[in-house]
Write a protein that binds this ligand. Structure first.
Ligand code: FAD
Length: 479
């Protein structure tokens, strides 16, 4: 018997029971805008459940009313992945630590916990996550369903550290999955785009807390491109920030260390003044595009000193991502990455030589991950070089980005790049099927666990199911 047939209350009563967890329609939080301020939506209702039973009731209401439910974390996905015109189930109050096992190095938490809160909780037990991306504001479920990655050629995307999950399926039933229990559902959910089920709990492997020693230096692009393979393998976590207008690459090498904390600081870049001066210049760059290369050169210069710092792992992994932004990032097979970066550089140089060419913001971020077996992970089956670009929105104002992004996407596509799922892209099932050997298996699992498509929002309908839904449906305004 499904849960659905066990919930024996009238729809009127269901509305009453759910009312306390509905964000009032006159509250600013009743609409949703992502962190980058690039997509927004006004769901029919936003629910903020505090327990799992309330999640079941939201799904029950959706089934009765024929509505879509989209789980959302803190809205850090740069695309419309978390947007919906149906019901939104915001998970941020489902954020408890349920178990910490120091001996076996795992933790069980609710899906809505943010990484920041998780670091704090793990720190009390002298434990830490093995790898991290640029920030820790996201929810763990958000990180898992998008195959969020950090950097390190021996380190897989963060979903790979998940040992098991408890899901609330579209029919209201709960299921546990892992590599041994419902393995197909597990491998689909680890990069499942929120569409396989609501992630209630996550059991994740962690490791004893550690400090990282990070060394940074700047090198010419040509040196980087010629020595990339050696550089990528020269520390546990290696990443690069490329400033094309200066033809310079900032290199960061981090490895575990027993040395005491000794944080490195770059006052100008990290200071209040550095933040605001750069933002103001970017604002000027909206009107006078020729200013943009100067700002990029200034930023490159501000961080050009060699530096060495030792700090707790998450403080080294995380960086300042600054302003709202348009961004796109693609996973290029490592073996193609040097050629791809060189071609992108040639294209940018042509643009710089053209008085009407693109004048991009900075930096181009270059990171790495190990191959994995998660069905829709962009690192599936290949060592990966992630290449990401950004166009900031100073004070939230829009800036041109489409020509730059199209030029970039054309090049990374030529080198078999796969887009980051959380970032906007134009690919449809026919393209994705060619990139992901298990794409059809993923669709099959979706159809078996959610035949009515209750958990499929516009993004999933568009990119995975191939429905004709405009990619700009949740754009605040045409830009
Ligand atoms: C400044 C910034 C830095 C970033 N850095 C990195 C980085 O270094 N590496 C990287 O790979 N990515 C990075 N990202 C992307 C980010 O990690 C992902 O977009 C992540 O999904 C955001 O988590 P969230 O809690 O905001 O989820 P949301 O954006 O709110 O939702 C994302 C997806 O998760 C699903 N979801 C959320 N909760 C649940 C749940 N309980 N059950 C089922 N599905 C759920 C949603 O349905 C949606 O599909 C960055 C983003 C920003 C804005």
């Amino acid at each position: 018997m499904s849960i659905s047939s066990r919930i024996k209350i009238s729809t009127e009563k269901l509305y009453q029971v759910l009312e306390p967890i509905v964000v009032p329609s006159d509250d600013p939080r009743a609409s949703f805008t992502n962190w980058g301020r690039t997509f927004s939506c006004k769901p029919l209702a936003i629910f903020e459940p505090v327990d799992e039973q309330q999640c079941e009731l939201v799904l029950e209401l959706a089934r009765r009313e024929g509505k879509v439910v989209r789980a959302a974390g803190v809205g850090h996905s740069p695309s419309d992945l978390a947007c919906t015109n149906g019901f939104m189930l915001r998970t941020t109050k489902l954020n408890r630590v349920l178990e910490v096992n120091v001996e076996k190095s795992y933790v069980i938490v609710q899906g809505g916990i943010t990484l920041n809160k998780l670091h704090e909780a793990l720190g009390k037990y002298n434990l830490a996550m093995s790898n991290l991306g640029s920030i820790s504001e996201q929810t763990l479920a958000g990180v898992v369903t998008t195959a969020t990655h950090g950097s390190g050629i021996e380190y897989k995307v963060l979903s790979s550290y998940v040992l098991s999950l408890t899901l609330l399926l579209a029919d209201g039933s709960r299921v546990t999955c892992s590599r041994t229990e419902n393995p197909e559902l597990f491998l689909a959910t680890l990069s499942g785009l929120g569409s396989t089920g609501v992630i209630l709990t996550i059991k994740m492997e962690v490791e004893p807390a550690y400090r990282l020693k990070e060394q940074q230096e700047s090198v010419p692009f040509e040196y980087f491109a010629s020595n990339m393979e050696r550089m990528v393998n020269s520390a546990e976590h290696v990443r690069f920030w490329w400033y094309p207008t200066m033809d310079t690459v900032r290199c960061s090498y981090s490895s575990r260390t027993a040395e005491p904390r000794n944080p490195a600081g770059n006052w100008w870049w990290h200071s209040f003044i550095g933040y605001h001066v750069v933002q103001f210049l970017l604002f000027l760059g909206r009107y006078f595009q020729f200013v943009n290369p100067w700002i990029a050169n200034l930023a490159c210069w501000l961080v050009s000193e060699k530096s060495v710092g030792v700090d707790d792992s998450h403080r080294i992994f995380n960086v300042d991502c600054r302003y709202p932004q348009h961004t796109t990032e693609w996973a290029v097979p490592l073996k193609n990455s040097q050629a791809c970066l060189r071609e992108f550089r040639d294209w940018l140089n042509q643009e710089f030589a053209d008085p009407h060419g693109v004048r991009p913001h900075f930096p181009v971020e270059i990171r790495f991950s190990a191959s994995d077996d998660i069905w829709l992970s962009p690192s599936n089956g290949q060592q990966t070089c992630w290449i990401g670009i950004v166009q900031y929105k100073p004070y939230g104002f829009n800036v041109p980005y489409r020509r730059l992004f199209t030029g970039f996407e054309n090049i990374v596509s030529k080198y078999q790049g796969r887009p980051h799922w959380a970032k906007a892209h134009k690919l449809r099932p026919d393209d994705l099927r060619k990139m992901y050997p298990r794409f059809d298996d993923f669709v099959r699992v979706l159809e078996s666990v959610d035949p009515q498509g209750i958990l499929r929002n516009e993004y999933v309908q568009r990119h995975i199911m191939g429905r004709p839904i405009d990619g700009r449906v949740f754009k605040p305004r045409k830009a």
